[in-house]
Design a protein around this ligand. Structure first.
Ligand code: GTP
Ligand code: MG
Length: 197
């Protein structure tokens, strides 16, 4: 897919304030610092579209970006950052849950996982919540430039094994690096495919 146009539309805390639209949207979610905003910039080829930072907790709101006037990318705040107060964590949890339950045009959630780490409880819990809500999701293993391909594949195989313990059907997964742009075509082709459904 060629990205002809990508623009920031709005930042919100509530699903109702998000664009009133029937265009499909794809939400990026995952632990703080996993690379959600960087991936959005890499996919769109607009390096400053979504704000990134080396400090976790950069993205705080629900951010909508309109792509090719046809579909939306949504950048969400990260979860699982230990330094965030219990109060903010609960507020975040409510905001995201409400968003997920009140966007009928939500086509798919892309759950980003750091390809270097063993399965983390916040990610597994989040997937379970999506399953309970019946929200479709796929996994994206990020930052694959930070280790060898062999190590990435071994980590992903171990990850899938863990998921097999609770999931009857394993989610589709892709790999990405926002530095080398690996995975760009695959993720965009996936979105293009779902857009056709
Ligand atoms: P929050 O908004 O805080 O939840 O974080 P985020 O998931 O949006 O992460 P962000 O895109 O801001 O990236 C966090 C840090 O990881 C930044 O320093 C990025 O430069 C770095 N980073 C993100 N993706 C990659 C990648 O694929 N490879 C490498 N080497 N670094 C990456
Ligand atoms: Mg971010």
């Amino acid at each position: 897919m060629v990205i002809k146009d990508a623009k920031f539309i709005c930042s919100n805390t509530k699903a109702e304030q998000c664009p009133q639209t029937t265009l499909p949207e794809y939400a990026f979610i995952g632990r703080s610092n996993v690379g959600k905003s960087s991936l959005i910039n890499m996919l769109t080829g607009r390096l400053k579209l979504a704000k990134t930072s080396s400090f976790p907790g950069k993205t705080q709101l629900i951010n909508h970006f309109l792509i090719n006037e046809q579909w939306y990318l949504v950048d969400l705040p990260g979860y699982g950052w230990a330094k965030v107060s219990k109060e903010s964590r609960e507020k975040w949890g409510k905001m995201i849950k409400y968003y997920l339950q009140n966007r009928p045009n939500l086509a798919c959630v892309l759950v980003l996982i750091d390809s270097r780490l063993p399965p983390q409880k916040p990610d597994l819990d989040f997937m379970e919540m999506l399953g309970t809500m019946g929200v479709p999701f796929v996994l994206i293993f990020t930052k694959i430039d930070k280790q060898s391909g062999q190590k990435t594949d071994a980590n992903i195989a171990a990850y899938m094994k863990t998921l097999e313990e609770t999931w009857e059907e394993l989610p589709l997964y892709m790999k990405s690096s926002s530095t080398t742009r690996q995975g760009r075509e695959e993720v965009l082709a996936f979105i293009e495919e779902v857009n056709k459904r």
